[in-house]
Ligand binder design. Structure first.
Ligand SMILES: [Zn+2]
Length: 346
Protein backbone atom coordinates (compact mmCIF):
# COMPACT_ATOMS: atom_id res chain seq x y z
CA UNK A 1 0.00 0.00 0.00
CA UNK A 2 2.94 2.26 0.48
CA UNK A 3 5.31 3.23 -2.24
CA UNK A 4 8.75 1.98 -1.44
CA UNK A 5 11.57 3.78 -3.13
CA UNK A 6 14.27 1.17 -2.62
CA UNK A 7 16.62 3.73 -1.09
CA UNK A 8 17.73 2.02 2.05
CA UNK A 9 20.22 1.36 4.76
CA UNK A 10 20.66 4.86 6.13
CA UNK A 11 20.63 5.13 9.91
CA UNK A 12 18.63 8.28 10.06
CA UNK A 13 18.22 8.47 13.81
CA UNK A 14 17.70 12.21 13.96
CA UNK A 15 15.25 12.15 11.08
CA UNK A 16 13.56 9.18 12.68
CA UNK A 17 12.80 11.00 15.89
CA UNK A 18 11.43 13.99 14.03
CA UNK A 19 9.02 11.69 12.20
CA UNK A 20 7.54 10.17 15.30
CA UNK A 21 4.46 12.35 15.28
CA UNK A 22 1.46 10.77 13.62
CA UNK A 23 1.10 13.43 10.98
CA UNK A 24 4.79 13.41 10.17
CA UNK A 25 4.79 9.65 9.80
CA UNK A 26 1.77 9.75 7.55
CA UNK A 27 2.91 12.56 5.34
CA UNK A 28 6.23 10.97 4.52
CA UNK A 29 4.79 7.58 3.52
CA UNK A 30 4.66 8.43 -0.14
CA UNK A 31 7.76 9.22 -2.08
CA UNK A 32 10.25 9.65 0.77
CA UNK A 33 13.11 7.27 1.45
CA UNK A 34 12.17 4.71 4.10
CA UNK A 35 13.62 5.26 7.55
CA UNK A 36 15.28 2.09 8.82
CA UNK A 37 16.77 1.57 12.24
CA UNK A 38 17.30 -1.02 14.98
CA UNK A 39 16.41 -0.10 18.55
CA UNK A 40 17.24 -2.10 21.68
CA UNK A 41 14.25 -2.50 23.98
CA UNK A 42 15.35 -4.98 26.67
CA UNK A 43 18.34 -7.26 27.24
CA UNK A 44 17.39 -9.63 24.41
CA UNK A 45 14.64 -7.77 22.55
CA UNK A 46 15.08 -5.29 19.71
CA UNK A 47 12.72 -3.42 17.42
CA UNK A 48 13.49 -2.97 13.75
CA UNK A 49 11.81 -0.23 11.86
CA UNK A 50 10.85 0.88 8.44
CA UNK A 51 9.20 4.28 8.70
CA UNK A 52 5.74 3.60 10.22
CA UNK A 53 6.20 -0.16 10.57
CA UNK A 54 8.09 -2.04 13.28
CA UNK A 55 8.86 -5.69 13.81
CA UNK A 56 10.88 -7.18 16.66
CA UNK A 57 13.59 -9.75 17.12
CA UNK A 58 14.70 -11.67 20.18
CA UNK A 59 18.31 -12.79 20.46
CA UNK A 60 19.04 -16.02 22.36
CA UNK A 61 22.25 -18.00 22.75
CA UNK A 62 21.01 -20.52 20.23
CA UNK A 63 19.38 -18.38 17.55
CA UNK A 64 17.17 -15.41 16.82
CA UNK A 65 13.37 -15.14 16.65
CA UNK A 66 12.08 -12.50 14.22
CA UNK A 67 8.47 -11.31 14.45
CA UNK A 68 6.80 -9.67 11.40
CA UNK A 69 9.37 -9.25 8.62
CA UNK A 70 7.38 -6.31 7.06
CA UNK A 71 8.62 -6.73 3.46
CA UNK A 72 11.23 -8.49 1.35
CA UNK A 73 13.30 -5.29 1.29
CA UNK A 74 13.22 -4.89 5.07
CA UNK A 75 13.92 -8.59 5.65
CA UNK A 76 16.93 -8.47 3.30
CA UNK A 77 18.30 -5.41 5.10
CA UNK A 78 17.59 -6.95 8.52
CA UNK A 79 19.31 -10.20 7.63
CA UNK A 80 22.47 -8.25 6.76
CA UNK A 81 22.30 -6.23 9.96
CA UNK A 82 21.81 -9.35 12.09
CA UNK A 83 24.81 -11.08 10.49
CA UNK A 84 26.96 -8.02 11.30
CA UNK A 85 25.91 -7.89 14.94
CA UNK A 86 25.29 -11.50 15.98
CA UNK A 87 26.69 -14.93 15.24
CA UNK A 88 23.37 -16.76 15.71
CA UNK A 89 21.09 -17.54 12.76
CA UNK A 90 17.40 -16.69 12.62
CA UNK A 91 15.63 -19.85 13.80
CA UNK A 92 12.02 -18.72 13.75
CA UNK A 93 9.95 -16.09 11.99
CA UNK A 94 6.63 -15.49 13.75
CA UNK A 95 3.67 -13.78 12.09
CA UNK A 96 1.29 -11.57 14.04
CA UNK A 97 -1.34 -11.85 11.27
CA UNK A 98 -1.56 -12.25 7.50
CA UNK A 99 -1.82 -8.59 6.43
CA UNK A 100 0.90 -8.17 3.84
CA UNK A 101 2.33 -4.94 5.26
CA UNK A 102 3.55 -6.95 8.27
CA UNK A 103 3.87 -10.53 6.98
CA UNK A 104 5.75 -10.08 3.70
CA UNK A 105 9.39 -11.06 3.29
CA UNK A 106 9.86 -14.10 5.57
CA UNK A 107 11.16 -16.19 2.65
CA UNK A 108 14.45 -14.27 3.08
CA UNK A 109 15.00 -16.18 6.35
CA UNK A 110 13.69 -19.58 5.29
CA UNK A 111 17.18 -21.00 4.73
CA UNK A 112 17.59 -21.19 8.52
CA UNK A 113 14.18 -20.37 9.99
CA UNK A 114 10.86 -22.08 10.57
CA UNK A 115 7.89 -19.80 9.88
CA UNK A 116 5.13 -19.86 12.50
CA UNK A 117 1.65 -18.35 12.41
CA UNK A 118 -1.97 -18.92 13.36
CA UNK A 119 -3.88 -21.51 11.32
CA UNK A 120 -6.42 -18.93 10.10
CA UNK A 121 -3.63 -17.21 8.17
CA UNK A 122 -3.79 -19.97 5.57
CA UNK A 123 -7.39 -19.18 4.64
CA UNK A 124 -6.82 -15.44 4.74
CA UNK A 125 -3.90 -15.75 2.32
CA UNK A 126 -6.08 -17.42 -0.33
CA UNK A 127 -7.49 -14.88 -2.79
CA UNK A 128 -11.27 -15.11 -3.05
CA UNK A 129 -12.85 -15.50 -6.50
CA UNK A 130 -13.55 -12.22 -8.28
CA UNK A 131 -17.21 -13.29 -8.24
CA UNK A 132 -17.23 -13.98 -4.47
CA UNK A 133 -19.92 -12.02 -2.60
CA UNK A 134 -18.91 -8.86 -0.77
CA UNK A 135 -18.72 -9.11 3.02
CA UNK A 136 -21.71 -7.95 5.06
CA UNK A 137 -20.00 -4.62 5.73
CA UNK A 138 -18.99 -4.10 2.10
CA UNK A 139 -22.61 -4.75 1.11
CA UNK A 140 -23.58 -1.71 3.21
CA UNK A 141 -21.35 0.40 0.97
CA UNK A 142 -22.72 -1.20 -2.22
CA UNK A 143 -25.77 1.02 -2.45
CA UNK A 144 -26.63 0.07 -6.05
CA UNK A 145 -26.29 -3.64 -5.11
CA UNK A 146 -24.30 -4.55 -8.20
CA UNK A 147 -21.78 -6.58 -6.16
CA UNK A 148 -19.02 -3.99 -6.69
CA UNK A 149 -17.91 -0.94 -4.73
CA UNK A 150 -17.78 2.10 -7.03
CA UNK A 151 -15.73 5.24 -6.19
CA UNK A 152 -18.73 7.12 -4.75
CA UNK A 153 -19.57 4.07 -2.63
CA UNK A 154 -15.96 3.80 -1.43
CA UNK A 155 -15.94 7.38 -0.14
CA UNK A 156 -14.43 7.51 3.35
CA UNK A 157 -13.16 3.91 3.20
CA UNK A 158 -9.64 2.58 2.92
CA UNK A 159 -10.24 2.00 -0.80
CA UNK A 160 -11.00 5.57 -1.79
CA UNK A 161 -7.48 6.97 -2.11
CA UNK A 162 -5.89 4.51 -4.52
CA UNK A 163 -9.10 3.37 -6.15
CA UNK A 164 -7.80 3.15 -9.72
CA UNK A 165 -4.78 1.17 -8.62
CA UNK A 166 -6.90 -1.50 -6.91
CA UNK A 167 -9.50 -1.64 -9.66
CA UNK A 168 -7.33 -4.03 -11.62
CA UNK A 169 -9.90 -5.05 -14.19
CA UNK A 170 -10.66 -1.37 -14.75
CA UNK A 171 -14.44 -1.87 -14.66
CA UNK A 172 -14.96 1.06 -12.31
CA UNK A 173 -15.83 -1.05 -9.26
CA UNK A 174 -13.94 -3.16 -6.73
CA UNK A 175 -14.95 -6.80 -6.44
CA UNK A 176 -14.25 -8.99 -3.38
CA UNK A 177 -10.94 -10.19 -4.80
CA UNK A 178 -9.73 -6.64 -5.51
CA UNK A 179 -10.70 -5.54 -1.99
CA UNK A 180 -8.92 -8.59 -0.50
CA UNK A 181 -5.75 -7.71 -2.41
CA UNK A 182 -5.43 -4.31 -0.70
CA UNK A 183 -4.72 -5.95 2.67
CA UNK A 184 -3.50 -9.44 1.89
CA UNK A 185 -1.67 -9.48 -1.42
CA UNK A 186 2.11 -9.39 -1.16
CA UNK A 187 5.18 -11.54 -0.79
CA UNK A 188 3.77 -13.49 2.13
CA UNK A 189 5.05 -17.03 2.53
CA UNK A 190 2.70 -19.43 4.30
CA UNK A 191 3.76 -20.52 7.81
CA UNK A 192 5.57 -23.88 8.01
CA UNK A 193 3.93 -24.51 11.38
CA UNK A 194 0.50 -23.29 12.44
CA UNK A 195 -1.27 -23.41 15.77
CA UNK A 196 -4.85 -22.85 16.85
CA UNK A 197 -4.86 -21.73 20.49
CA UNK A 198 -1.37 -21.43 21.97
CA UNK A 199 2.17 -22.38 21.05
CA UNK A 200 5.47 -22.15 22.88
CA UNK A 201 8.84 -21.69 21.20
CA UNK A 202 11.91 -22.55 23.27
CA UNK A 203 15.28 -21.41 22.05
CA UNK A 204 18.56 -20.98 23.90
CA UNK A 205 16.81 -21.26 27.26
CA UNK A 206 14.32 -18.49 26.41
CA UNK A 207 10.59 -18.97 25.92
CA UNK A 208 8.32 -17.22 23.42
CA UNK A 209 4.60 -17.69 24.01
CA UNK A 210 2.23 -17.33 21.07
CA UNK A 211 -1.41 -16.77 21.98
CA UNK A 212 -4.29 -16.63 19.53
CA UNK A 213 -6.63 -13.83 20.48
CA UNK A 214 -10.40 -13.57 20.13
CA UNK A 215 -10.97 -12.22 16.57
CA UNK A 216 -10.31 -8.46 16.58
CA UNK A 217 -8.53 -6.48 13.81
CA UNK A 218 -8.40 -9.88 12.03
CA UNK A 219 -9.37 -13.43 12.95
CA UNK A 220 -5.78 -14.75 12.74
CA UNK A 221 -4.16 -12.46 15.33
CA UNK A 222 -1.31 -13.75 17.49
CA UNK A 223 -0.16 -12.06 20.67
CA UNK A 224 3.60 -12.60 21.07
CA UNK A 225 4.44 -12.76 24.76
CA UNK A 226 8.08 -12.66 25.84
CA UNK A 227 7.99 -13.50 29.58
CA UNK A 228 11.78 -13.21 30.03
CA UNK A 229 11.64 -9.60 28.75
CA UNK A 230 8.32 -8.84 30.50
CA UNK A 231 7.16 -7.64 27.08
CA UNK A 232 4.46 -8.30 24.49
CA UNK A 233 4.45 -7.51 20.77
CA UNK A 234 1.13 -6.38 19.28
CA UNK A 235 0.22 -5.49 15.70
CA UNK A 236 -2.64 -3.23 14.62
CA UNK A 237 -5.30 -4.36 17.12
CA UNK A 238 -3.40 -2.61 19.94
CA UNK A 239 -1.32 0.53 19.48
CA UNK A 240 -0.69 2.20 22.85
CA UNK A 241 -1.50 5.89 23.12
CA UNK A 242 -3.13 6.02 19.66
CA UNK A 243 -6.64 5.54 18.34
CA UNK A 244 -7.22 2.44 16.23
CA UNK A 245 -6.58 3.34 12.60
CA UNK A 246 -9.38 5.02 10.65
CA UNK A 247 -12.61 3.04 10.07
CA UNK A 248 -11.60 -0.31 11.65
CA UNK A 249 -11.79 -1.92 8.22
CA UNK A 250 -12.22 -5.68 8.50
CA UNK A 251 -12.53 -5.35 12.28
CA UNK A 252 -14.63 -7.69 14.38
CA UNK A 253 -16.82 -6.64 17.32
CA UNK A 254 -17.30 -7.28 20.18
CA UNK A 255 -14.26 -9.57 19.81
CA UNK A 256 -11.84 -6.66 19.55
CA UNK A 257 -12.80 -5.43 23.03
CA UNK A 258 -12.60 -8.97 24.40
CA UNK A 259 -9.16 -9.48 22.84
CA UNK A 260 -7.87 -6.38 24.64
CA UNK A 261 -9.30 -7.84 27.84
CA UNK A 262 -7.37 -11.06 27.13
CA UNK A 263 -4.17 -9.03 26.82
CA UNK A 264 -4.87 -7.34 30.16
CA UNK A 265 -4.74 -10.79 31.78
CA UNK A 266 -1.17 -11.44 30.57
CA UNK A 267 1.80 -10.74 32.87
CA UNK A 268 4.02 -8.08 31.25
CA UNK A 269 5.23 -4.50 31.67
CA UNK A 270 6.09 -3.28 28.15
CA UNK A 271 3.95 -3.22 25.01
CA UNK A 272 6.09 -3.20 21.88
CA UNK A 273 3.72 -2.34 19.04
CA UNK A 274 4.03 -2.66 15.26
CA UNK A 275 3.34 1.09 15.00
CA UNK A 276 4.31 4.06 17.18
CA UNK A 277 6.19 4.11 20.49
CA UNK A 278 6.32 1.40 23.14
CA UNK A 279 3.70 1.54 25.88
CA UNK A 280 2.58 0.32 29.26
CA UNK A 281 -0.01 -2.08 30.60
CA UNK A 282 -2.08 0.87 31.75
CA UNK A 283 -2.28 1.96 28.12
CA UNK A 284 -3.71 -1.44 27.18
CA UNK A 285 -6.50 -0.81 29.67
CA UNK A 286 -6.96 2.67 28.20
CA UNK A 287 -7.34 1.17 24.70
CA UNK A 288 -9.86 -1.37 25.95
CA UNK A 289 -11.85 1.32 27.74
CA UNK A 290 -11.80 3.56 24.66
CA UNK A 291 -13.12 0.83 22.38
CA UNK A 292 -15.61 -0.46 24.93
CA UNK A 293 -17.03 3.03 25.53
CA UNK A 294 -17.03 3.76 21.81
CA UNK A 295 -19.07 0.63 21.07
CA UNK A 296 -21.48 1.41 23.95
CA UNK A 297 -21.96 5.02 22.77
CA UNK A 298 -22.58 4.00 19.16
CA UNK A 299 -25.01 1.27 20.27
CA UNK A 300 -26.91 3.80 22.36
CA UNK A 301 -27.08 6.19 19.43
CA UNK A 302 -28.30 3.46 17.07
CA UNK A 303 -30.98 2.36 19.54
CA UNK A 304 -32.27 5.92 19.74
CA UNK A 305 -32.64 5.88 15.96
CA UNK A 306 -29.82 8.23 14.98
CA UNK A 307 -28.32 7.83 11.52
CA UNK A 308 -24.66 7.10 10.92
CA UNK A 309 -23.96 10.76 10.15
CA UNK A 310 -25.79 11.94 13.29
CA UNK A 311 -23.85 9.37 15.35
CA UNK A 312 -20.54 10.62 13.96
CA UNK A 313 -21.54 14.14 15.03
CA UNK A 314 -22.69 13.03 18.48
CA UNK A 315 -20.09 10.52 19.67
CA UNK A 316 -17.02 12.70 20.39
CA UNK A 317 -15.04 10.47 22.80
CA UNK A 318 -13.43 13.62 24.20
CA UNK A 319 -11.94 11.82 27.20
CA UNK A 320 -9.53 10.34 24.66
CA UNK A 321 -8.65 13.51 22.77
CA UNK A 322 -5.09 13.26 24.10
CA UNK A 323 -4.45 10.08 22.11
CA UNK A 324 -2.51 10.23 18.85
CA UNK A 325 -4.58 10.54 15.67
CA UNK A 326 -7.72 11.52 17.60
CA UNK A 327 -8.44 14.25 15.05
CA UNK A 328 -7.76 11.95 12.12
CA UNK A 329 -9.50 8.78 13.29
CA UNK A 330 -12.28 9.68 15.75
CA UNK A 331 -15.02 10.14 13.15
CA UNK A 332 -13.83 7.15 11.12
CA UNK A 333 -13.75 4.99 14.28
CA UNK A 334 -17.38 5.94 15.01
CA UNK A 335 -18.40 5.20 11.44
CA UNK A 336 -16.55 1.89 11.57
CA UNK A 337 -18.25 0.74 14.75
CA UNK A 338 -21.64 1.86 13.38
CA UNK A 339 -21.12 -0.10 10.17
CA UNK A 340 -19.78 -3.22 11.92
CA UNK A 341 -22.78 -3.27 14.30
CA UNK A 342 -25.15 -2.56 11.42
CA UNK A 343 -23.69 -5.37 9.33
CA UNK A 344 -24.18 -7.77 12.26
CA UNK A 345 -27.92 -6.98 12.34
CA UNK A 346 -28.60 -8.06 8.76
ZN1 LIG B 1 -3.29 -5.49 9.96
Amino acid sequence: MKKRTGVCGAWLLVVASSLMSARGALSQDVGAAPVREIIKVTERLYRFRETRHYGVFLVTGNGIVVVDPISTGVATWLKQELSKRFTQPVRYVVYSHAHSDHASGAAVFSDTATLVGHAAMLGNMQPPAASAPLTAREKLWDRNTDGLVQPDEARGTLYEADFKRWDRDGNGGLNRQEIWAVRFEGEVRAPDITFTDRATLRLGGVTVELMHLIPNHTDDMTLVWLPSERAIYTADFLTPNRLPRTDLDGGILPGWVEALRQVEQVDFDIVVPAHEATGTKAQVTEQRRYLEELVAEVQKSMRSGLTKEQTIEKVRMEDYAHLLEYEMSRAANVRGVYEILQSMQD
